[in-house]
Design a binder for this molecule. Structure first.
Ligand code: FAD
Length: 443
């Protein structure tokens, strides 16, 4: 009998199965498509890319460029498939989606240690000498979700992303924003942007005119339950935002001593204080429009957006509260989780998660514990740092970005130079980690 069953042959599951094979571990790879479809996939193939064919930039000063370099260092298999099926896309790595899936199929078929199986897994029974590696993604089938809910408790499951944008603190104008908590309760953890009547009216008008992203049918259900997009609130009348997320009560601008007409609050999102989220700014505006309109706010003229607001169906776990650091369920040590379900966002991030969880599984089977990834690497900052950080309160998925990576010890002038310096530091740290961990975790 196989030691491991990988559930879900998407981006994370396919990478995980190939990594297990690399460490000499046999596994079953079970994919429910095409018998059981999802609302977004259209084929029965492995690693189907459901939307854009872009795996983002390869440039060294970009977070996705660094993530790819780090994954190459660790021997990521799906990136090889992506490069083999790349189409021209400037500095980005974009693929022919069909050819990419076929390349992954071929890579899996070439591994005698991987057994492909078709069918939906609806529960995860405990079996002797057996581990589950769950990578069923944002569209995990309903019965399996119900089973997971019984194991973790329903509060550990999230079904929708209603995410407000996140910006880097270094891109904010701290001479314009003021630090205060509403009614001075607790620590002054919030940065506040005060809007006078004119600035508020201009912001309101820009919001109403901004272009919205199209809505998928399967994203409509339950969408607005308890969490309205900012532009919908704005559409309710000019005053509605000032009585809602932009209400100024309990907040006096220290420069005037008076309560502003409206206030936008930004809340610290990670332990290092390098990221801030715009409170109550869940939105369906197109990404470019979010940047244009939200930069109209005082103190945000040069805001760098590391994550835009989104509202779509997305099943994922409350990772900081229900997963152990090796990505096994706290309630079930034999069930490991990978991919978007862990709270990473994006194709390459999901592949990265599949790779790392497979390494944890391999380490477990060898009776070892994988050393933590360096916090200064992009992989470590996202998969080791952010996913287990509870600073933001409600846990929301995240993609790779430089805001996650701790600041450099010394001062480096220039934004690009700082990113390059962070990338160089990350490469060195990850290479050292890899040298020490490189003996196969199962070896
Ligand atoms: C509509 C939509 C658009 C997106 N657009 C983008 C984009 O443009 N760019 C980007 O970077 N990211 C995008 N994403 C996010 C993207 O899906 C993820 O980043 C990535 O595919 C997640 O990888 P994964 O392996 O976790 O899940 P998936 O790639 O979705 O793989 C999960 C697999 O598990 C299977 N499965 C589910 N339940 C079961 C079960 N019970 N038994 C057996 N198999 C099961 C599914 O059929 C699927 O093949 C989008 C997501 C969605 C839903």
């Amino acid at each position: 009998m196989s030691h491991v069953t990988v559930v879900g042959g998407g981006l994370a599951g396919s990478e995980a199965a190939l990594q297990l094979a690399r460490w000499g571990i046999p596994c079953r790879l079970v994919e429910m498509r095409p018998e059981v479809p999802t609302p977004a996939h259209t084929t029965g193939r492995l690693a189907e890319i459901v939307c854009s064919n872009s795996l983002k930039s390869t440039a060294p000063a970009t977070p996705s460029g660094l993530l790819k370099e780090e994954l190459d260092l660790l021997g990521c298999r799906l990136l090889d498939c992506a490069r083999a099926t790349a189409v021209p896309a400037g500095a980005a790595l974009a693929v022919d989606k069909d050819e990419f899936s076929e390349a992954v199929e071929a890579a899996v078929a070439a591994e005698p240690l991987i057994t492909r199986e078709a069918g939906e897994i609806t529960s995860l029974p405990e079996q002797p000498d057996h581990l589950w590696l769950l990578a069923t993604g944002p569209l995990t089938s309903a019965e399996l979700v119900a089973d997971l809910g019984r194991t973790t408790g329903a509060p550990a499951l999230h079904f929708f992303d209603a995410i407000a944008p996140t910006v880097t603190s270094e891109s904010l104008d701290l001479d314009v924003l003021f630090r205060a908590a509403r009614y001075d309760k607790g620590e002054a953890d919030y940065l506040n942007a005060a809007l006078d009547r004119e600035a508020y009216a201009a912001f309101h008008a820009a919001l109403l005119e901004a272009e919205k992203a199209p809505v998928h049918d399967f994203d409509r259900a339950d969408l607005f339950d308890g969490c309205q997009p900012l532009e919908e609130i704005a559409a309710g009348g000019e005053k509605s935002m000032a009585f809602g997320p932009l209400r100024p009560v309990g907040l006096a601008d220290p420069r005037t001593g008076r309560r502003p007409h409206a206030v936008v609050q930004l809340r610290q999102e990670n332990r290092e204080g390098t990221l801030y989220g715009l409170v109550g700014f869940q939105t369906r505006l197109k990404f470019g429009e979010q940047q244009r309109v939200f930069r109209l706010l005082p103190g945000l003229a040069r805001a760098e957006f590391v994550r835009f607001g989104q509202m779509h169906r997305n099943f994922y776990l409350d990772t900081p509260r229900c997963l152990a650091r090796d990505f096994s369920l706290a309630a079930r040590g034999d069930v490991f989780v990978a991919g978007q379900m862990t709270g990473v966002e994006g194709y390459v991030e999901s592949v990265a998660s599949g790779l790392l969880t497979a390494w944890h599984v391999a380490a477990r089977l060898a009776g070892r514990i994988l050393a933590p990834l360096p916090a200064t690497s992009m992989l470590g900052a996202l998969l080791g740092g952010f996913l287990f950080d509870t600073t933001a309160g409600r846990f929301s998925p995240m993609n790779a970005n430089f805001g996650l990576v701790p600041d450099l010890p010394g001062r480096v002038r220039g934004k690009r130079e700082r990113k390059l310096a962070k990338a160089a530091r990350a490469r060195t740290a990850l290479a050292a980690w890899f040298r020490e961990t490189a003996t196969p975790p199962a070896g």
